[in-house]
Each structure stands twice: as C-alpha cells, then as structure tokens.
Design a protein around this ligand. Structure first.
Ligand code: FAD
Length: 466
C-alpha cells in the first residue's frame, strides 16, 4: 500500500523545506523528498552557507595580515586551509541537521531519495540502494532548484575546471585562478581565494560586472575589487579551455579580436545556473516548461496540471534563497485558501564581498527606461563617523525617490554591513515610505545606518555631514 499524503514537496532546499513546514503548520499531512545526503538544498550544502563561511574567514585572515597599519602588530599568521574547510563543513552540518529537526518538530515526513512522477497523484522515490517507494498525494510542489551551467563542450571535473561547488572545497590555495563570469557567485568566490593568496583574474563578456545592478554601484564595485588586487578582463569572450596535466590554458578574445592566453591552476566557470527539471518525468504527466526550460506556472504557482505547483529556482525570477522561501510560504497559504503573496518588486539582493553590495527596488536605468521622473540622494561612507572610526569608508548609499511623491523607488548600497542596512529600506518600501520618512527617523549614532538617513536627507538636498 503506498503512503498517502495531502501534499508532497519535492526538494528540501530553502523553497521546499520552508514550504513543507508552513504546510504542516496549516494542518496538511506533508512529506518532503530530497535526494541529497542532507536537507537544505543548494543554499545550505553548496551555496549561501559554505560561501559565507569562507568569505568571513578569508576576510579575517586578510584583515589580520593588514592590521599593522592600524597599530596592531601581528606576526606568524599562517593559513590552515584544512581547518578553515572543516569549520565551513561544521556550519553546514549544524544547519542541515537543524532543518531535519525542524521537519521532525513540525511532523513533516522526510523521505530521502530521488523523486519522479508516476502519474499526477503518484510519486516514485528511489533511494541510494535503488529501493523504490511509491507515495500517493493530492497535491505536489516541485522545488527542485537549479544547478550550475558550463560553457559549450566544457564539463566540470571540480579539480581544475570548477563550478561553485568545486571552488568551495579546494584543498590548496591555487597560485592563479581564472573566473569566467563577473556575477555575484564568481566575485564572492574570487574574493575568497584572492584574500587567501591566489592571483585572481575575471573574464567577463559584458563591459561591466554584476549584470542588472545599478550601473553607478557596479562601477564603484569594480574599482574597489580592482584596488583589492582582482584583475578584470571585460568585453572578453572565452574561446577555449584546455586542461593540461598540471595547468589549464584559457584563450579569450575581445571585440577587436585581440587574443589573450591565460595559464592558470584552476578555472571557475560561473556563468549562471539552470533549472533542475531532469529525472522528474515531467513529460509523463505533461507539465509545461517555458522557453528557458523552467517549470511554467501562473501567478498562483500552479502548473498546467491543476494539482501540481512549482516554486524557487526552478521557476521564473531571481535565483535567491529568500525568494524561494517567500514563494514556499505563499504557495502553502494559497493551498490553504489564504492570500499567499510575494512582492517581486521588493526582493533584496546582497553580495557578501568586502565591502558588501545590497540593493532593493528599481535601478536608475530601470527608472529611465520606464520614464519615471526621480530624485537621487547619495551619501558616501567616508563622511560617516562610524565608518571613519573603524577604517571602513569604501562605498556609498544611493536612494532613488519619485520626484513628485517622494516615494522611495530603489535603494542601492555599497559599503560595510550593506546586507544588513538594506533590511530597513526593504521594510520602509514595503510600507510605501517616502525619503522624508527615513530622513525624519532617528538613527543611532555612531552607526552605518546614519548614512542611510543622510542619503534620504540628500534626496531633498539637505544632508548635514556632506
Ligand atoms: C555558491 C552559491 C552561493 C549562493 N549564495 C546565495 C546567497 O548568499 N543568498 C541567496 O539568497 N542565494 C544564494 N545562492 C542561491 C541559492 O542557493 C538558491 O537560490 C536557493 O538554494 C534556491 O532554493 P530552492 O529551494 O529553489 O532550490 P535548491 O536549494 O537548489 O534545492 C533543491 C533541492 O531539490 C533536490 N532535488 C532536485 N531534484 C530532485 C528530485 N528529483 N528528487 C528529490 N530531490 C531533488 C536537490 O538535491 C536540492 O537539494 C547561492 C548559490 C550558490 C551556488
């Protein structure tokens, strides 16, 4: 007799596990199926969490080496990469076990194995010993996430030709690392290895890094990363990647046809991710995909099959953990007959480099394109007392507000703690705040958040400290 559930969630990443917990809270008999050894999906196992662990420790290593300028003489600093990796693995395993505990606590049945559709109401789950279990379900949510894409004819060996997964687990610091792609994953991983001693080169096809970001912030970000020693080769296209016995040769060419050849120890291909729809047997039940091979859903996350839904990286939208989580909650509430909703205008994005970059709402380019008339308020961290007192003065805050109503339309921050500062502005924008609302809110002194207030004052051309 197959097990019977009201809802089966396929995928235990931030979309899937959050969705399963919310469904259980709402009273549904729920199962969550995941094929990995541990829950938490890409984010906890090979994404957000391990990358942030390495970003944090590599930043500490780099800063400690450079403290003498600030009056702290430290000698004998040595890198123990093996320990650093163990620390990362501990963070991952603590958190993934935590997710397993949360599923148990909420009475979600966790089934380990690869899921595929037998029919619209029957799911086959194959475990690592190839034992099949059939589960019956009234509704299914597909949350199978995404996986890295490579370049044509180049496959990842995770030793010399790396995806982000391999770049998170190198056993030694490469002398020279080439990164294909100037997006956030490439730049975060490039920062880690550059701080630990690698010579890092980034080859980017476009004439700027971080596509889609407010261009003023992107330009400043490029300057800061260059100052930190990362070398950028913009408007360059990779022509070939050849693996030799102890090096990789990467050949690129630019618009004018000028060729460069790089000999490096490892190449990280960070050119994007693709939705993970393989092995699910979607064609068997007739689920439609869109032109980018993502599961096609309507505004209520419903596929063309009425009892099957999809959320997270496997559908349209930014591939971000918090977007997947919000959708997980929304779909659970929709299924329960409530008004689940995600505000796609206000999904913040953060890059956890040094300094951080954080953004929410519209970029200046988008406002121009939409012919929205806007005002700009900017404030540099060099004029912020907290930033000055701790020597973290790179970057600025930029607020874009509607020129007629003063409503905040977009906020872009490059600077220390930008990832935390953006939360205030996401909340403010969710409540429809004006720049004047932020300008009149008392912010503690001395804090980085005063730069946000000052930039709101600057929208009306009345900053105090600049
Ligand atoms: C290096 C890196 C750093 C990142 N950093 C950040 C960050 O700082 N902030 C951020 O917001 N996002 C970050 N991301 C993106 C984030 O990890 C994803 O957006 C997020 O994990 C998507 O969640 P999801 O639930 O849709 O899918 P996933 O997390 O990919 O989870 C899907 C799960 O489904 C399982 N699965 C797939 N097919 C099947 C099947 N047939 N049967 C059973 N299980 C299956 C997979 O094994 C996986 O565990 C990062 C990604 C990478 C690679």
């Amino acid at each position: 007799m197959p097990d019977k559930f009201q809802v089966v969630v396929i995928g235990g990443g931030p979309g899937g596990y959050v969705c399963a917990i919310r469904l259980a809270q709402l009273g549904f008999k729920t199962a969550c199926v995941d094929s990995r050894d541990a829950l938490g999906g890409t984010c906890l196992n090979i994404g957000c969490i391990p990358s942030k662990s390495l970003l944090n420790l590599s930043e500490k290593f780099y800063n400690t080496k450079n403290f003498s300028e600030q009056g702290i003489e430290v000698s004998g600093i040595k890198l123990n990469l093996e320990k650093m990796m163990k620390n990362k693995e501990k963070a991952v395993s603590t958190l993934t076990k935590g997710v397993e505990f949360l599923l148990k606590k909420n009475k979600v049945t966790y089934i380990k194995g690869k899921a595929s559709f037998k029919s619209t109401i029957k799911i086959s789950v194959l475990n690592s010993k190839k034992v099949e279990r059939i589960v019956e379900t009234e509704k299914t949510i597909i949350c199978t996430g995404s996986e890295p894409v490579s370049l044509p004819k180049i496959s990842f060996d995770e030793q010399r030709i790396l995806s982000s997964t391999g770049a998170l687990s190198l056993k030694s610091v490469p002398k020279k690392m080439l990164i294909v792609g100037g997006g956030y994953i490439g730049l975060e991983m490039g920062s880690v290895w550059s701080r630990l001693g690698s010579e890092v080169h980034v080859v980017e096809f476009l004439n700027h890094i971080t596509p889609g970001m407010d261009s003023e912030i992107s330009k400043e970000f490029l300057k800061i990363l260059q100052k930190q020693g990362i070398k950028f080769h913009l408007e360059n296209k990779v022509e070939s990647i050849d693996k030799k016995s102890n090096e990789v040769i990467v050949k690129t060419s630019n618009k004018e046809g000028k060729k460069i050849s790089f000999e490096c120890d490892v190449v990280l291909v960070a050119v994007g991710r693709k939705p993970n729809t393989k092995n699910l047997n979607l064609q068997k039940v007739g689920i439609n995909l869109d032109d980018k091979k993502r599961v096609k859903v309507d505004k209520k996350y419903q596929t063309n099959i009425k009892n099957i839904f999809a959320i997270g990286d496997v559908i349209e939208g930014p591939m971000l953990a918090h977007k997947a989580e919000e959708e997980g909650i929304a779909i659970a509430e929709i299924i329960a007959g409530q008004a689940g909703h995600v505000n796609y205008n206000l999904i913040p994005g953060v890059i956890y480099t040094m300094p951080e970059v954080a953004t929410v709402g519209k970029t200046e380019e988008q406002l121009k394109e939409n012919r929205t008339s806007y005002k700009i308020g900017k404030f540099p961290f060099i004029a912020n007392s907290r930033a000055k007192s701790i020597n973290e003065t790179d970057g600025f805050v930029k607020i874009l507000a509607d020129s007629k109503t003063d409503k905040i339309l977009g906020v872009h921050i490059i600077g220390s703690h930008a990832g935390e500062l953006i939360a205030e502005m996401s909340l403010a924008m969710e409540f429809g705040a004006s720049a004047e609302d932020i300008a009149r809110t008392c912010h503690a002194h001395p804090t980085f958040s005063e730069a946000v207030k000052e930039s709101a004052l600057a929208v009306d051309k009345r900053p105090i400290h600049f």
